[in-house]
Write a protein that binds this ligand. Structure first.
Ligand code: UD1
Ligand code: UDP
Length: 375
């Protein structure tokens, strides 16, 4: 690769940081220079990830404000990233997934005539309201981007059907599996931290651990209330320990703490840092979540996920029998959780449809050998 190429990596939320960390680590390993910009759309949840992967941003836009509207957030991102792009010329800007950060940074890069590469490209529900606003963010980023790293063949197919040229798409697997294997490897080698020590003190791991997370905007209000009612019902099984790291969004915090506080076997805790969350996932028998990343990670750990959404852009996991779409229907969550908790059969380990942990290597190979060689 010509050494004078200037790469900008930009992300802002917890999941983007987890999924972009393997890219940063691979570039460091190859001694390819790049600049890292965080919008800090999330603050505490982002910083936990930066710490674990030892990533130090060159630019920190610090845009998070408590519970700000999507429009306020978007305008702050657009205006702050423009200053960076005005002061420094980049040959390639890398963005990830479906967040406000990715869509607005891609747009700003386009306005400044920079090439954009989209990691985790091509996932679609084709329903603008679900996930909201992420489906449209992902489509916008896809329209703007010059290069598309699709995690699965299905994601590539979506892009082809939208008219993207085959030669600009690469199927890579999902970088979250790279991050997961990196982390599991550390844990196997004895990694511990204060979150893990606290979990060991608080949770009775001789019981069946049910891990719960949730944050989707389309579930605010009734959806989260329904989920809480289901959790209360599941907690009546005294063989079960429920652990719920509660997202810092006030729309989640308010309802979850109001409905689920004060029960012996429901542990409401702050978001865990990535290694302790992976540690906990690997000890769970069931995960109930609306998270995209967790749907992708869980098959590698052989843990079933009840997906509390009406739609998913990750249907590979549903088809493979790793995850089950239950919506935020209280009855359905209770019934499906009961089936999994009462089953004694240990499932055979299956191949993870989201990849084998080599996504970052494939992405950086393509950038070095195709994007920059052709330039
Ligand atoms: C964002 C992404 C979504 C991703 C999710 C992961 C968009 C539109 N959505 O949604 O794709 O799945 O992150 O969590 O970009 N907060 C804190 N501290 C933090 C993080 C959040 O206090 O570290 C609070 C703030 O009040 C913030 C609010 O949570 O305003 C919401 O955060 P925001 O990034 O706007 O939305 P998410 O729902 O997290
Ligand atoms: N995660 C974490 N701590 C937590 C909950 C989740 O580190 O307390 C990790 C999880 O392993 C996954 C990612 O965060 O890699 C998912 O983030 P989130 O659910 O917020 O977003 P999504 O994946 O839905 O975009």
């Amino acid at each position: 690769m010509k050494s004078n190429k200037n790469i900008l990596i930009c992300f802002g939320t917890r999941p983007e940081a987890i999924k972009m960390a393997p890219i940063c680590l691979e570039l460091n390993k190859r001694q390819v220079p790049f600049k890292l910009c965080v919008t800090a759309q999330h603050r505490e949840m982002l910083d936990q990830v930066l710490d674990f992967f030892n990533l130090v941003p060159d630019y920190d836009l610090d845009v998070m404000q408590p519970n700000q509207s999507l429009n306020k957030l978007s305008s702050r991102i657009l205006s702050e990233i423009d200053t960076i792009l005005e002061n420094e010329e980049f040959d390639l800007v890398l963005v990830h997934g479906d967040t406000s950060t990715s869509a607005l940074v891609a747009l700003a890069a386009f306005h400044r005539h920079c090439k954009v590469a989209h990691i985790e490209a091509g996932l679609r529900t084709y329903n603008k309201k679900s996930p909201f606003p992420e489906e449209l963010n992902r489509q916008l980023t896809g329209r703007i981007s010059d290069f598309h790293f699709a995690p699965t063949a299905k994601a590539k197919q979506n892009l082809l059907e939208e008219g993207i040229e085959d030669s600009n798409i690469l199927v890579t697997g999902n970088t979250v599996i790279d991050a997961l294997f990196f982390t599991l490897n550390k844990i196997e080698k004895g990694y511990e931290n204060s979150f893990i020590t606290d979990l060991i003190k608080k949770i009775d791991f001789t019981k069946k651990v049910v891990l719960v997370t949730g944050h989707r905007r389309e579930s605010f209000g009734t959806g989260f209330e329904n989920l809480c009612h289901a959790i209360l019902e599941i907690s009546k099984n005294k063989d079960v320990e429920i652990v719920f790291p509660v997202h810092l969004n006030p729309n989640v915090q308010n309802v979850v703490y109001e409905k689920l506080s004060g029960k012996n076997n429901i542990h409401l805790i702050n978001p865990l840092d990535y290694p302790s969350f992976v540690w906990l996932m690997s000890r769970a028998v069931l995960i109930i979540s609306d998270s995209g990343g967790i749907q992708e990670e869980a098959p590698s750990l052989n843990i079933p996920v009840l997906v509390t959404r009406e739609t998913t852009e990750r249907d590979e996991g549903i088809k493979a029998g790793c995850s089950f779409l239950v919506g935020t229907n209280t009855g359905k969550i209770i019934v499906e959780a009961g089936k999994i908790l009462n089953a004694n059969n240990v499932k055979a380990k299956m191949a993870n449809p989201y990849g084998e942990g080599l996504a970052a290597v494939k992405i950086i190979d393509f950038i070095q050998n195709t994007i920059f060689e052709d330039a």
